[in-house]
Design a protein. Sequence first.
Length: 265
Amino acid sequence: MSGVNLKTYAENTWCPGCGNFGILRAFEMAVEELSSEIPLENFVIASGIGCHGKIVDYINLNSFYSIHGRALNNLEGMRLINDKLVCVGFVGDGDIYAEGISHLIFAAKRNANLTAIVHDNRSYSLTTGQFTPTSPSHFKGKSTPEGPPEDPMNPVLLMLSAGATFVARGFAGDIPHLKELIKAAIKHKGFSFIDVLQPCVTFYNTFAYYRKHCYKLEEAGHDPTDFNAAVERAREWDYSADTEDARIPIGIFYQVEKPTYEERV
Ligand SMILES: Cc1ncc(C[n+]2csc(CCOP(=O)(O)OP(=O)(O)O)c2C)c(N)n1
Ligand code: SF4
């Protein structure tokens, strides 16, 4: 290991046991392991607004908070004017699948050269547990005590159809696996997307459920160059009900090389 120290002086205010700690650790490890190839000063990390957003306070790299849902388009602009930058956006499921949804779709459509890491806890957690676009039908939040009156979206399927050139799902409870996904996403030329299943222990604690139901695509013989196979795997779990027979694939669904936005601009 390189001895890279990414710690900051900021006090960590996440709830003990929050899935965000797994994402933070996986990212730190990924950066440490990439530090022989990528100078630390080339990283720019940005966040949306929410519990997830605090992650930029806890990592000693160039960073900023965007406004809600706008981390990715800020990074897109920075990368267009400086192609040395390695841009990573940490965004929330409420943040980017609701407020920022158009920016996410267009970053994928354009193949903008950046990485999006979604802390998908399926809850607006900083604001105390309202339903988001990925909350299941049985999610009982304060604003919807009987559950959301609409079905959740499937962000992996959405990113495949929007043209993303790297589409993955990780689990914050499997740090070594998530670290490898983050490294692969950062090394990918073009838009890379990781939906990270991030249990919120306070408003929607899914740790035990994901531990039981996740399986790894690479161990199941999945070919990430096969778009149709990726779509099929993406549809395997539909987010709408966390049933006992669910199988939740994690790993790289799809990866292809295409010209990036900056190359075409
Ligand atoms: C434009 C805008 N709308 C609403 C808010 C209020 N707000 C702050 S954090 C937040 C919830 C964020 O939820 P999510 O993105 O899922 O992140 P989490 O807290 O779960 O990590 C909301 C609605 C805001 N700051 N700006
Ligand atoms: S409210 Fe949920 S997402 Fe926010 S810090 Fe606590 S456990 Fe984590």
